[in-house]
Ligand binder design. Structure first.
Ligand SMILES: NC(=O)c1ccc[n+]([C@@H]2O[C@H](COP(=O)([O-])OP(=O)(O)OC[C@H]3O[C@@H](n4cnc5c(N)ncnc54)[C@H](O)[C@@H]3O)[C@@H](O)[C@H]2O)c1
Length: 453
């Protein structure tokens, strides 16, 4: 685990930042729960032996996070492309048994848990077969490729009494936990609106990844990759840029909205499907080899409040989540959370009164001042100052999220982001896509467990 002590330069920089946020802002540094919880020695009986299924970009990131947790051991890797079987071992830092057939992993008695980081159209099968084989499963987001998949995955978790954790890491972030604390305290008043966005403006951000030069039908198990998707000839672009195609992914909602929704659920404590969703969007620029939008803007109706989400691949701006209440505004950007109180001090009518005759207007102001005497000199104070909470610069909430999974595996306590939670955020993504492709409102039919227009 890397050292997270802040340098003087960092402090000055943040201090400077705080100054920029207005002299009144107090900055509080948060401590990673993984560090906060004094690491305890893990007895061998508590070791979690895991295998990685899918060692592409994400598979290797979560493998490293798992190896950074105490009391874990990697025993095998599985992937469909030779280059990533090598890459997986390089990331593990040792030679390991490898296979292209995940069933060989599930048959291993020395595997307690599997980390699943494969394209979305494979998530259901790997969670169903993993749970049925008695393994606990860390499944990357978005949990499901379709609404039906989601409910089948919830059933697999419950029927086999396995730990299933979905991989949207905001759920374990100390910054979102702090935001939840403020939300739950009532300091925000009535929250009626939430908005959030993640915008990018480059080829990698648009999933137009370079294709490895050795990619061909010998090095890639194309038939297995297709799985339940429509059969078609080998296409390296579809294998390495699968997010661009509806057959394998859920576009911007499944790739990015899911993180924004997980953060919003964590701040506000909700864990349910939306009632309705309306999407506007389009494919404006990244038009080659893609059947999903490069701009998606969705309005959601939740009983508690309304949510507006945007992902635009044609303009860059840092990810922001903003929760707006009658008493305060909470904003999270780059692991910094700022709570800014609304100025709720009483103030006299300042507009319509100027349509009154002067005599009546002056009477109104006299009465108002009598009912709202000014504080004595020196006793005048603003309601409350802005508060800024910051995670350490090198804070990695994927490690906190993975540590929570490993603890659930050991303690058999439900995971912080189980299949029920993962299903709710995924359904919201499916509703955004439904509204976009059907050009209609998407309404959730709870009784039928379906989306309808
Ligand atoms: N939580 C996050 O922040 C985050 C970030 C990136 C990706 N993800 C998620 O992780 C998953 C993987 O994304 P990625 O970027 O690593 O994709 P990737 O294309 O880089 O890697 C996916 C790998 O899965 C392998 N694979 C496909 N089907 C398989 C099967 N049946 N058995 C074994 N291996 C198989 C492929 O060979 C490929 O190497 C996706 O669901 C994505 O949404 C999550």
């Amino acid at each position: 685990m890397r050292n997270s002590k802040l340098t003087r330069r960092d402090f000055m920089r943040v201090g400077g930042g705080a100054a920029a946020l207005g002299a009144a802002s107090k900055v509080t540094f948060l401590t990673p729960s993984f560090l906060a919880a004094a690491p305890r020695a893990v007895p061998p009986s508590d070791r979690v032996r895991f295998a990685s299924i899918g060692t592409g970009v994400r598979g290797c990131e979560i493998m490293r996070a798992a190896l950074a947790c105490l009391g874990t051991e990697i025993v095998a890797v599985c992937d469909l492309y030779d280059g990533r079987l090598t890459g997986g071992q390089e990331n593990a830092g040792k030679q390991l048994p490898t296979t292209k057939d995940y069933r060989a992993i599930l048959d291993r008695k020395d595997v307690d848990a599997v980390l699943v980081a494969v394209p979305d159209h494979w998530h259901r099968k790997l969670v169903e077969d993993g749970c049925a084989a008695g393994k606990d499963v860390y499944c990357e987001k978005p949990m499901s490729h379709t609404v039906e998949d989601g409910f089948a995955m919830v059933e697999a978790m419950q029927k086999n009494n396995r730990i299933v954790q979905v991989g949207s890491q905001a759920r374990s972030s100390i910054v979102y936990a702090k935001a939840h604390e403020i939300y739950a305290s009532g300091a925000m008043g009535i929250v009626t609106a939430v908005e959030a966005w993640i915008d990018r403006n480059d080829a990698s951000g648009a999933w137009v990844y370079p294709i490895p030069p050795d990619a061909n039908e010998k090095t890639v198990d194309w038939e297995r990759f297709l799985g339940s998707a429509p059969k078609r000839p080998f296409d390296a672009k579809r294998f390495f840029r699968w997010r661009c195609f509806r057959d394998y992914g859920e576009g911007l909602p499944g790739d990015l909205f899911v993180h924004l929704l997980t953060g919003i659920f964590t701040i506000t404590g909700i864990n349910r499907t939306p009632l309705r969703a309306a999407t506007m969007g389009g494919l404006f620029r990244w038009t080659e080899d893609r059947d999903v939008a490069d701009l998606v803007w969705t309005l959601y109706e939740y009983p508690e409040f309304r949510v507006a989400l945007r992902c635009n691949l044609n303009n860059e701006s840092p990810g922001v989540t903003k929760v707006m209440g009658t008493k305060g505004t909470l904003e999270i950007k780059n692991d910094v959370m700022t709570f800014t109180p609304q100025d709720t001090r009483p103030r006299p009518e300042s507009y319509s009164i100027y349509g009154w005759p002067e005599k009546l207007r002056n009477e109104y102001f006299r009465e108002w001042r009598a009912q709202h005497p000014q504080p004595e000199p020196g006793k005048f104070s603003v309601d409350a100052e802005s508060q800024v909470f910051k995670a350490p610069d090198d804070y990695d909430y994927v490690v906190d999220h993975m540590n929570n999974f490993m603890e659930s595996v050991r303690t058999r306590q439900p995971s912080v982001e189980d299949a029920v939670f993962g299903n709710h955020t995924a359904i919201a993504c499916h509703m955004a896509n439904y509204s976009y492709f059907q050009k209609s409102m998407a309404t959730w039919d709870e009784a039928a467990k379906k989306i309808k227009s």
